[in-house]
Design a protein around this ligand. Sequence first.
Ligand SMILES: *[C@@H]1O[C@H](CO)[C@@H](O)[C@H](O)[C@H]1NC(C)=O
Ligand SMILES: *[C@@H]1O[C@H](CO)[C@@H](O)[C@H](O)[C@H]1NC(C)=O
Ligand SMILES: *[C@@H]1O[C@H](CO)[C@@H](O)[C@H](O)[C@H]1NC(C)=O
Ligand SMILES: *[C@@H]1O[C@H](CO)[C@@H](O)[C@H](O)[C@H]1NC(C)=O
Length: 265
Amino acid sequence: MKVATIVSALALAGSALAAPSSKAGKKLPTTKIANIEVVDTQLVRDAIAEVKKFIPLQPYLYNHVMRSWLFGAAAFNNNATLKAQIDLEAHAVGTLLHDLGWDMRPDSPWVTKLHRFEVDGGVGAMKFINDHPCSKKDWDETRIGWVYDGIALQAISDIPDFKSIQTQWIIKSVGFEFPGPRSPLIKDADYDSILGEFPNDTLFRGTNATFTWFAATKADTVYNTFIQDFGTAYVPGFNATGHRLFDVIQSGLQGELAAHPGSTF
Ligand SMILES: *[C@@H]1O[C@H](CO)[C@@H](O)[C@H](O)[C@H]1NC(C)=O
Ligand SMILES: *[C@@H]1O[C@H](CO)[C@@H](O)[C@H](O)[C@H]1NC(C)=O
Ligand SMILES: *[C@@H]1O[C@H](CO)[C@@H](O)[C@H](O)[C@H]1NC(C)=O
Ligand SMILES: *[C@@H]1O[C@H](CO)[C@@H](O)[C@H](O)[C@H]1NC(C)=O
């Protein structure tokens, strides 16, 4: 094997391990929040300041995104092998900004009538990063893609399982919020300090109100998603029938049967 071939083979192997801009395994500044050691860059500080804007109208939302980040960070702190694989800054920004699409302020810079909340959140997070002074130096398409995918795919089971570990851990961190037994990946003391500082006692009342609000205010974006059920349950006049993929297929089916009565496929 020629030296040049070996060098390019090594370069290829290296690029398969981590994107050039990945901060996985890099030494980053840290601080402690709720007694959990977390990454402390200007971008992360600014993301925290951004989600603090939710506090007056949606305190449950601020607490939810802070817990999601901190639960993930606590799991990493509990497993050095895992922690070395994670881009802690991308994880912080992805978890902190994962619900920008829930912003119920009337002048929200994130929420559109065009997209489902996960896409509003993903697009919002990309904009937040791209508008930040650090973006030119630190963020390439791969890294931004981890964050976008982690947010846009947050509510879809199965599909994220074969995306990057960075995307998967943004979603897994949010998953620690679901009711159920505590995860063995996080120490009890860490659960206690996170829940002590960022209580979860209004999470599901807030979630129900937000999801119903999507169905009431942006119905076209909720058909064929799990939000549709909140419209059916709680929004007077909401009627998904006719908008579902099921209806589209049934209509095609009826057309076929009319044209070819009695035939099978
Ligand atoms: C720690 O993380 C590594 C890498 O993801 C994983 O293989 C290992 O099973 C984890 N250890 C524990 C105790 O969860
Ligand atoms: C909130 O945290 C408490 C304390 O850990 C836990 O028992 C409860 O299941 C959590 N609530 C939800 C809805 O996850
Ligand atoms: C869920 O939210 C909707 C809209 O705010 C409300 O009408 C409904 O009563 C809520 N459900 C429960 C069980 O509180
Ligand atoms: C919903 O719309 C469909 C199709 O227009 C109609 O057949 C159905 O009766 C409606 N359901 C309700 C509960 O209004």
